[in-house]
Design a protein. Structure first.
Length: 251
């Protein structure tokens, strides 16, 4: 059975302050990537924490993960304070929630994820010795190694160089399709959204603006309304739509 996720009037409050309300989505299915976009402090991370069960609030979250797998969440903050090596930390993440000894299969899965993310060269470095981008890749490895069915990634490429961004987002896209994973991805780069996502959920100041297919949602009107910039959508040489920004909105 394919995993699915659906939100109905979901909100978040910190104490008495409501920061997010009435987020409702269609059925988000395994194999699809939904990008969550919006300005700083719009409520994207709060939504992810709410779906991951780390925050309480109004509304219903319908999660269906089938017979195996689960909901895996990669937070925006990947700072660490442990003496583990990269390899140990990924193996530990693999073991989390599994009530059995580590076997050969687990070691193979860890090796495979290290190679998919091209981080074998840092496998035996301490987590505290990593660069920001390396830390982000290791955090992604720790999330992917748990065999998610619903994958919540909060800005997983924000610290990566351009080559790594394209590589990682392509990997996420491929894994979603091959393993029927339902991916939700918070991300600021709208050009990467246009390359990787099937659907976009737009949040502004705690309110849902829209949720729909990428090319219906990312339009000059949205750029003006949500981001206060004038821009156009044009196609690159490989015919992928791209956002061209002309400058701050003039009216
Ligand atoms: N622990 C907290 N306690 C109180 N308010 C919080 C807490 N965490 C976040 N907020 C507030 O909730 C609002 C939404 O924050 P959130 O981190 O969800 O935004 P975001 O869309 O992920 O932003 P960014 O793009 O800057 O990462 C902000 O006004 C923020 O100040």
């Amino acid at each position: 059975m394919v995993a699915s996720l659906q939100l109905h009037q979901v909100g978040v409050r910190y104490g008495k302050q409501s920061v997010l309300s009435e987020i409702t989505t269609p059925l988000l299915k395994g194999g699809e990537v939904t990008a969550v976009i919006g300005p700083n402090a719009a409520g994207k991370s709060s939504l992810f924490r709410r779906i991951a069960g780390l925050l309480e609030g109004p509304g219903q979250i319908q999660v269906d993960v089938g017979v195996s797998g689960g909901v895996c969440y990669m937070p925006q903050d990947t700072s660490v304070n442990t003496v583990l090596t990269v390899y140990e930390s990924i193996l530990l993440a693999r073991k989390q929630g599994r009530d059995r000894k580590v076997g050969d299969e687990d070691l193979e899965v860890v090796d495979h994820i290290l190679s998919s993310l091209r981080i074998e060269n840092i496998a035996f470095k301490g987590l505290c010795e990593l660069s920001g981008g390396q830390r982000q890749l290791v955090s992604l490895a720790q999330t992917l190694v748990r065999d998610p069915k619903i994958l919540l990634l909060d800005e997983p490429t924000s610290a990566l160089d351009l080559n790594r961004q394209v590589e990682v987002l392509t990997l996420i896209r491929t894994l979603a399709r091959e393993r029927d994973i339902c991916v939700m991805l918070a991300i600021h780069d709208l050009n990467q959204v246009m390359r990787v996502a099937d659907r976009v959920l737009v949040i502004d100041a705690g309110t849902m603006i829209t949720c729909g297919p990428v090319e219906d949602v990312i339009t000059p009107d949205l750029l003006r309304r949500v981001y206060k910039v004038d821009g156009r959508i044009e196609r690159c040489s490989r015919l992928c739509p791209h956002v061209m920004i002309d400058g701050p909105a003039t009216h």
